[in-house]
Structures are given as C-alpha cells and as structure tokens.
Design a binder for this molecule. Structure first.
Ligand code: DOR
Ligand code: ZN
Ligand code: ZN
Length: 440
C-alpha cells in the first residue's frame, strides 16, 4: 500500500524526461512506472505538470543563532519551501560563528526545532580550529568547511596560513569565498571618502582572480575537494577552464550573478560580495552553465530594509534569494535559455552528489520523496508582500518569473502549495551524509 501516488507527471532528470506514475512510501520514492490499480492512501493527477527533484541550495545564510530579526530557521526554511528548495546548507557566519563543536550543536538544535526543510550545516575555518572541525566532518555532522579568503559579513576572515592548514588537514569539501583580502583592502583604502563608490570597482574582478589562482596553486600541492562559491567573472572562468579538469575543484554560480549586472543600478539593494559585475561577466556565467559550472545556489543573505537604506559604507552586503532562485531559473527555461535537464543537474543532483547528501537531489527509486510540481510556462510578477523571508524585500520584486510551484514535498509531506506554507516548524531534519571519499 502506497502512502501516495502521483500520476502522469513528466519527471525530469539530468539524462532526460519520462512520463510515469510515482509511488511514495515512508517518505521515499518506492516505485516509478505504470501504477494503475495499485492500492494507495492518496493520489494526485499531475497530468500536464512537470515534476522536478526538490532543489538543493548548498549556500544559504539563515542568520541564526544571532540575528532572528533578519531570518531564523522557520522563516528561512519557509522561504526555501515556497521556492521549491527542499534541502539547504547553512553557512557559518552567524553569531556566534559556527567554528566549534559547541557552536555547531547549538545551531543544529535551532534548526531541528524550527526548520520545515531538510538541512546541512557548514563549519567555519578559523585559526587553530582545523582539528576540531576535522572531527565534525569525519563524524558526518558538518557538511563541509567554509573558508572566507576576503572580509565580508561576519568575522570569519582567514589568513593564508590558516587557509593552508585547513587545506592540508580538514577532510571533506572545502567551500571557499574566493576574494583576495590584500586586493580588497588596497581598493577599500583608495575608495575611502567617496560617498557612493561602485562596489565592483572597490572589490574588483582581480580580487576574485587572485584568490582562485591561489586555490589552484594550493590544490596542485595538496589535492583536495574545493568548491568555489559564487563565481562572478569571465576571468575566473578562463583560469578554471585551463586547470579544473585535472583538479578536484567544483564551482558554484548564484542566481543574482546570472540576472543582475551593473546596468541594473539598484544601489545597496544589489550590494553583495562578490559584487554584481558588468554585462559581459553576467553573460559569461550563462554560457558556463552548460560547461564549467557545477552547481547553482542562492547565497540567500538577508539584511533588513533599514540596514540597506543606509549609505554605501554602512549598508551590509547580501541579497535574499532562496525563494526566487528556482522561479527565476524556470523563467530562463521557459524562455529557452537553459534546458530543464541541465537545471535539475545544477540545482539538485550535482550539489547533492558533491556534499554526499544521502537520498537527495534526484527523482529515483530509493531517494527521498522531495519533489516540486510546476506548471510549464506559468509566469507571474513577484510581489514583495508574497515573500516568506523575514526581511520582506527582494531586488527582483516587480520582475517576471515562474509562478510559485503548485506543490512542494519534503520526504512525501506537502510543505507548500502555490507559495502558501502548510508545514509545521521542526518537520525538517538533518540530512544524513554519506561516507567521505577515500582520499580523506
Ligand atoms: O554578500 C554577501 N553576503 N556575501 C557574503 O559572502 C556573505 C553574505 C552575508 O552573510 O551577508
Ligand atoms: Zn561568500
Ligand atoms: Zn554566502
């Protein structure tokens, strides 16, 4: 007896689409095929709808502990669910930062109480914590170690010695915010006194390029899994094009670097690190979606309206985005700029593989029944009042994007319908992590 059968859906996987029924039992997909006449407690006719795997956003900042007025695990996970994201990995630049076992456990307790989607939790690299973080990763608690090579929101900047130490000692995936701090501080000093400097001039492409070059160098000496976050320039792509194939480096692009450029001139509303770049860089990111890029993420980084309304120097960097990533990328699909197959590879299957998120990222027998039903071609104009994020704004308000998913399921339970949340706080759980690769 199935708990539910979803009939006649068009199922999307990286290798192609099939039309079939899906049987769900105990939160997992237990059958795919022709399930006519099979006993089930509930059923849905999904004829005419497309069924995607729940999206896996390996890069969100849910702000808790520390700043619940910006976001907490309930509001952040509601935003995720409304946008078809059923798994998130939360970054360590919270308050306190997640740099010890105690910090990690404290954050996990909050997530367990509040989250309505499943989650992983990053640990942050800091001077002297490589051993403690290594244990958290070996025990398959932390989903990876995050390294900030350049200063951004929070205190988690490391110097080259600490970077090298984690490079050699810490197992698993190292996620990197790759902007070189010596370049950043040089331009910061030059920019002082200007009231509205151009953010991408103050944090220029060369800061990102220098950091990526250093990562390649380190990886040649000590090969290890490195996931470069939020690639933003054609120059970084060029460097990686030459080197990436020989090295265990994967790369992420974020939605705002695909949809915004300096031409949008949204001031602090689009101030983020690495900055929004020019049109040529933006278009290079779109092209690379079919090639060098491995994963798509939101870098959901909410700050309050009041903070963003301050002058340039006092406004924090970051853009909320977990609930607009899939709708914007689906718009790209409906407009013929990307295939659905490639989108599910970038947004679900690859991130789940890279971070060994067990049961996640794919519609197949034995996987968790994390699924998103969407109506092809359906579009809307985003209204800020419809957002779930606590900060209540998006640089994409007033933009055309795909309608909210018809339904979103986490382990077989419906968490959102047409953008409305129907799940209770605490129904999400920590994603079990698979074994480390042999090299670790
Ligand atoms: O713009 C950003 N905001 N970049 C980061 O690296 C951090 C993030 C945040 O946490 O606000
Ligand atoms: Zn970052
Ligand atoms: Zn980030």
């Amino acid at each position: 007896m199935y708990d539910r059968i979803i009939r006649h859906a068009t199922i999307v996987r990286p290798e192609g689409q099939i039309r079939a029924d899906i049987g769900i039992e105990d939160g997992k997909i237990s059958a795919i095929g022709e399930l006519d006449g099979q006993a089930t407690r509930a059923e849905t006719n999904a004829s005419g709808l497309v069924l995607l795997p729940g999206f896996v956003d390996s890069h969100v900042h849910f702000r808790c502990p520390g700043h619940p007025a910006k976001e907490d695990w309930f509001s952040g996970s509601k935003a995720a669910a409304a946008g078809g994201v059923t798994s998130v990995c939360d970054m360590p630049n919270t308050s306190p930062p997640t740099v010890s076992r105690k910090d990690w456990l404290q954050k996990e307790a909050l997530a367990a109480q509040q989250s309505i989607v499943d989650y992983g939790i990053w640990a942050g690299a800091a001077a002297g914590n490589a051993e403690e973080i290594s244990e958290l990763i070996r025990e398959r608690l932390a989903c990876g170690v995050k390294v900030f090579m350049g200063a951004t929101t929070g205190p988690l900047l490391v110097d080259d010695n600490t970077l090298a130490e984690h490079f050699q000692l810490t197992p698993g995936v190292m996620g990197v915010h790759a902007e070189d701090e010596t370049v950043l501080s040089h331009f910061r000093d030059l920019g002082r006194g200007q009231s509205t400097p151009d953010h991408s001039v103050l944090r220029p492409p060369e800061a990102a390029v220098k950091a990526v070059r250093r990562l390649i160098e380190l990886c040649e000496t000590w090969p290890r899994e490195v996931h470069i976050c939020h690639l933003s320039t054609a120059a970084e792509l060029e460097l990686l094009r030459a080197q990436k194939k020989q090295l265990p480096i994967t790369v992420e692009v974020c939605t705002h670097h695909l949809w915004l450029s300096t031409q949008n001139a949204l001031g602090n509303w689009m101030k983020c690190n690495p900055p929004i770049r020019d049109e040529a860089d933006r278009l290079a990111m779109w092209e690379a979606l079919e090639g060098e890029i491995d994963t798509l993420a939101s870098d959901h980084a909410p700050h309050t309206k009041e903070e963003k309304e301050r002058g340039y120097w006092d406004a924090p960097s970051g853009i909320p985005g977990v609930e607009t990533t899939l709708p914007l990328m689906l718009r790209g699909v409906w407009e013929g700029r990307l295939s659905l197959e490639r989108l599910v590879a970038l947004g679900a299957e690859r991130p789940a593989q890279i971070f060994a998120l067990q049961g996640k990222g794919r519609i197949d027998v034995g996987y968790d029944a994390d699924m998103v039903l969407v109506e092809p071609q359906a579009m809307r104009t985003l209204q800020a009042r419809d957002l779930q994020t606590r900060v209540g704004w998006s640089p994409f308000a007033g933009w055309k994007m795909a309608s909210a998913p018809s339904e979103v399921l986490v382990r077989g339970r419906t968490v959102a319908r047409e953008g409305k949340i129907v799940a209770d706080a605490g129904s999400g759980r920590k994603i079990p992590l698979g074994p480390l690769t042999k090299a670790d």
